[in-house]
Write a protein that binds this ligand. Structure first.
Ligand code: NAI
Length: 425
């Protein structure tokens, strides 16, 4: 049997994926190795089930986190970054953030060094999971969170430092009005929030193209533009500009709709949504972030794809995951759609309290591997795993974190949960 054994490549803006593909993976710290092993057993079994031996993954372990530090005295060796950019598509378990001044979060370092500008978080409900809202099945939302800008850039000056004094002095001399807005200049710490047109529009373009390709009904820009006009407000404007200049044939924009009103789920929004539907186009609208939190609880069916800035996206993705039963099952990915480089990841942490006990829930990493298979175009295997996960959860075979809230659940361990998924193929 001839199977091609090249690495993934980006050719004419499309991923070209060989049948025998090398995928670098970081097992991670704490529960990382347990959930990684469970995930790999599910993926390998699914590939065999769907493709026989025509398509396979060669798993290549790369070092990061505590294991890397023990072996190389580096938390994130250069070789790991090289492997992720060389092989292009990888997956990782959770990493503990090393404690100590001046050491960056490894997750942030990976995103920054590989310029993975989209944080992609699909959130949906699985029947059988106990959720805190009445109709969790109405939630099917994909969040595109900008990953490289905003207050996360890390430009911060401590109160009473020489940097802050210099900045304040400069403001006072050059922009006295702005300086006057600072209520307590003597004790203020200052953070800088950079949001650019390029940075916003590459994220917005990815969100729009995903919406079109996946035939989703709407895309909502979430921002705080009523207060931060030149950053969050500009993000909103650049979103509409991009849609109107490049995607006119696909998108109906609702920017005349007053997004500051909290009536998003009510008649005005319904009329706009219906108008968009009649044109046969995708409905692009926008909502102020505080209203978005409210509306995602009250009218989740009005949301499909969300494009948002970094900090808003951080809050929104965890809150929405909680609405469907917790971040323990929410998958995620960090992607650069221009280079094609992508790292799929569990969204929970290393859970040191349950590490090594075979009770961690591997769903987040398993569902992230589903996203990875979709990304490389191996849709049939992705679909098989998704329906087997649905069946396993619906049957009440659950790890302790989920089983505690479900009557008559059968409690299973990490690897047993993976085995149950495989037996439900
Ligand atoms: P955590 O997510 O590790 O744990 C919070 C709680 O959720 C704990 O009670 C834990 O037992 C439970 N939990 C988490 N994942 C679970 C799973 N798969 N199955 C069952 N229960 C699960 O968050 P925490 O305690 O704030 O952080 C611990 C470490 O993880 C820190 O070093 C932190 O920096 C790191 N972290 C890493 C992330 C990443 O690599 N993406 C994300 C979040 C935290």
């Amino acid at each position: 049997m001839n199977i091609s054994t090249d690495t993934i490549q980006m050719i004419n803006h499309q991923l070209s994926v060989p049948d025998l593909v090398t995928i670098p993976f970081i097992p991670g710290d704490g529960i990382g190795p347990e959930v990684t092993q469970a995930m790999q057993s599910v993926v390998t079994a699914a590939l065999t089930e769907v493709y026989g031996n025509k398509r396979q993954i060669i798993w290549k372990e790369v070092l990061a986190g505590e294991k890397a530090f023990r072996q190389t005295e580096e938390w994130l060796p250069q070789e790991t970054l090289y492997d992720f950019s060389h092989y292009m598509v990888g997956i990782k378990g959770p990493l503990s953030t090393p404690v100590g001044e001046g050491i960056r979060s490894l997750n942030v370092a990976l995103r920054k060094d590989l310029d993975l500008y989209v944080c992609l978080r699909p959130v949906r409900y699985f029947k059988g999971i106990s959720a805190p809202v009445i109709n969790p099945e109405k939630i099917d939302v994909t969040i595109f969170r900008e990953n490289t800008e905003d207050v996360y850039t890390g430009i911060e000056f401590e109160a009473d430092s020489p940097e802050t004094s210099a900045l304040l002095q400069w403001l006072q001399e050059n922009y006295p009005q702005s300086f006057g807005k600072i209520r307590f200049p003597q004790t203020v710490g200052i953070g800088i929030k950079p949001i650019s047109q390029q940075g916003s529009q590459r994220l917005l373009r990815a969100a729009i193209e995903f919406t079109i390709e996946n035939k989703k009904p709407s895309i909502t820009l979430v921002h705080k533009g009523n207060i931060m006009k030149f950053t969050e407000g500009a993000f909103r404007k650049w979103g509409y500009d991009l849609a109107e200049s490049e995607y006119k044939d696909f998108i109906y924009t609702s920017k005349q709709f007053d997004s500051t009103r909290k009536t998003f789920g009510l008649s005005v929004a319904r009329e706009e949504k219906e108008t968009a539907l009649l044109t046969g186009k995708i409905w692009m609208n926008d909502v102020i972030v505080d209203a978005a939190f409210q509306n995602l609880l009250l009218y989740p069916e009005n949301f499909s794809v969300i494009a948002t800035t970094n900090l808003n996206g951080d809050y929104l993705s965890d809150a929405l995951a909680a609405q469907v039963g917790g971040i323990g099952i929410a998958p995620g990915a960090n992607i650069n759609y221009q280079t094609g480089i992508a790292i799929f990841e569990a969204t929970h942490g290393t859970a040191p309290d349950i590490s090594g006990k075979n009770i961690a829930n591997p769903s987040s990493l398993i569902l992230s591997s589903v996203m990875m298979l979709q990304y490389i175009g191996w849709q049939e295997a992705a679909d098989l795993i998704t329906s087997a996960v649905e069946m396993t959860i619906r049957n009440g075979q659950l790890t302790p974190d989920l089983a505690q809230f479900v009557k008559n659940a059968t409690i299973v361990g990490t690897q047993e949960f993976a085995n149950a998924i495989i037996s439900n193929f």
